[in-house]
Design a protein around this ligand. Structure first.
Ligand SMILES: [Zn+2]
Length: 84
């Protein structure tokens, strides 16, 4: 049996024909998520309007700031609950 070489091109074609197969790769906040296509590894994120947009380095940066703020706020809420 011949081993088929792995090439991303047919997968991209598949995505073009049938659409991407996104799954959540990261929960940034409760309403901002990052998605990765299982086929071609294209990445998307939720923008400030709640729409999906391509995950550019700029959005990655914004998301990491959002995530830090979100985690910090969660921790503060938890502390508040514990001390009150
Ligand atoms: Zn895809």
């Amino acid at each position: 049996m011949k081993k088929t070489k792995r090439s991303p091109a047919p997968m991209k074609l598949y995505c073009n024909l049938f659409g991407h197969n996104y799954e959540v790769s990261k929960n940034v906040t409760s309403h901002v998520k990052e998605y990765t296509c299982k086929c071609c590894k294209k990445e998307l994120t939720t923008n400030s309007d709640g729409d999906l947009t391509e995950l550019t380095p700029k959005f990655r940066e914004v998301n990491s700031i959002l995530e830090t703020m979100y985690v910090r706020r969660l921790e503060r809420t938890r502390e508040h609950v514990l001390t009150s």
